[in-house]
Write a protein that binds this ligand. Structure first.
Ligand code: CTP
Length: 414
């Protein structure tokens, strides 16, 4: 993705048919429609008769900027075949909400209404169908619904998950439709080429916190944003991702397994364990280099004498170096990527760090210019030399870096 495309939005050039069947979650479809157009997609809304009971077509027209289709007998298309035209033009069809009844219609290949008809008429190999179920928990758990979901999955639909929580009917459980932002992320992930399919990627992110006593500690300004962005981009590219996160306030990217840790020791333990089954290890965490030699059991108090406590430190384990020197990494089974946060002489420091850590790829950045920010610039150093990824959003850089990693990993297994 180039910069112009980044500004235009992640779905620029994509045409999405957004289908609404009947359900209280239709209000989320309105928000989703906005999110899709904001991400650069053109959106054609198609509604069932039941959906129109929950949301007016006028609202969806205003949000999508296009007249809404509700009937297969619509007179507007010259050829009178809305179902053919709509399904041929789409890069993807996303039905949100997909009611239990609508899913049953799909499972049976029914075509009584325009939305089911165009799903049936879509070219299977070219136009993916994504289904965002939405229903009461009992309807969701019913064997008939589960059987229908299994059937439409077999027939090539991509069924998205449901959320657990309060339901419009007042009950509590599984079956809520995902939120608009989650659906947008699922769609982007679905449309991303699977350059890391079959790979298991482990990543560390954020700072560590080294306790001085129960209420104090040493940490740093790392926000974890770069690592979390890489975790998301890697999952979108098809990898199975485990994220070992220091203390940060960031939401877990969808589909990523997260292990929260606090100290460098905890991060080391989790990472070394997980690295045994990973193919790729990316160390973005800003691990504290030292920790207090002893952690006081109780809060250290001032005694009024004016004397300050003297603290001794010990060095923390170097997680990246340890994993990069493990037999699996040395044999090429585990591809390791390090980061370097420097304050000056980026190229020389990054090259020296790459050699010291023993990693094939080291990514350099200037610490004060990245910590806490949403953008960054990266310098990639490998045995062929150095190349730059110019300043861009961490999201965009993460996508580029994932592509760089995928290229190198596929080169290894080729
Ligand atoms: N790293 C690690 N464990 C440590 C220290 C660093 O895994 N105890 C990893 C970081 O996640 C990063 C790389 O090593 O991928 C380099 O981290 P950085 O803080 O830049 O380097 P240091 O090894 O700490 O060296 P220095 O502080 O001297 O620059």
């Amino acid at each position: 993705m180039n910069d112009a495309l980044e500004k235009a939005g992640e779905l620029a050039g994509r045409h999405i048919v957004l289908g609404l069947s009947g359900g209280a979650a239709c209000f989320k479809a309105a928000e989703l429609c906005r999110a899709l157009t904001k991400a650069g997609a053109t959106v054609q809304v198609v509604m069932t008769e039941a959906a129109e009971r929950f949301m007016t077509a006028v609202t969806m027209q205003a949000l999508s900027g296009r007249p809404v289709y509700t009937s297969q007998w619509d007179q507007r298309p010259d050829n009178g075949m809305a179902h053919i035209n709509l399904s041929r033009e789409a890069d993807a069809i996303l039905v949100a909400p997909a009611s239990a009844d609508f899913i049953a219609q799909l499972a049976q290949g029914r075509a009584a209404e325009l939305l089911a008809l165009l799903c049936l008429a879509r070219p299977l190999e070219r136009v993916p169908l994504l289904i965002a179920p939405s229903m009461n928990r009992e309807m969701w758990a019913h064997p008939a619904t589960q059987r229908n979901l299994w059937q439409i999955d077999q027939d090539g639909a991509h069924v998205l998950g449901v959320a657990h929580g309060d339901q419009a009917c007042g009950e509590f459980g599984d079956g809520r439709m995902l939120e608009a932002q989650e659906l947008l992320e699922e769609l982007i992930a679905f449309l991303t080429p699977k350059a890391l399919a079959g790979q298991r990627l482990l990543i560390t992110a954020g700072p560590t916190f080294e306790a001085i006593d129960p209420v104090r500690g040493i940490t740093n300004l790392s926000s974890g944003k770069m690592g979390f962005s890489i975790a998301r981009a890697a999952r979108e590219a098809g990898a199975e991702v485990t994220l070992v996160a220091g203390p940060v306030h960031l939401p877990t990217p969808r589909g990523v397994t997260r292990i929260d840790v606090r100290s460098a020791e905890e991060m080391r333990l989790a990472s070394v364990q997980q690295a045994e089954s990973a193919n790729i290890f990316v160390a973005t965490a800003a691990v504290a280099d030292w920790r207090p030699a002893v952690t006081a059991e109780h809060k250290i108090k001032k005694d009024g004498s004016g004397e300050v406590p003297h603290m001794a430190f010990v060095e923390n384990p170097d997680i990246l170096s340890e994993i990069a020197h493990s037999p699996r990494a040395q044999s090429g089974e585990l591809f390791c990527v390090g980061f370097a946060a420097e304050s000056q002489d980026l190229l020389a420091n990054a090259q020296a760090k790459r050699a010291r850590k023993g990693v094939p790829l080291l990514v350099g950045n200037i610490g004060p210019a990245t910590f806490g920010r949403d953008d960054n610039a990266l310098l990639l150093v490998d045995d062929e030399g150095a190349s730059e990824l110019p300043r861009a959003s961490k999201r965009h850089l993460a996508q580029q870096l994932v592509a760089e990693i995928a290229r190198r990993v596929s080169g290894l297994s080729a």
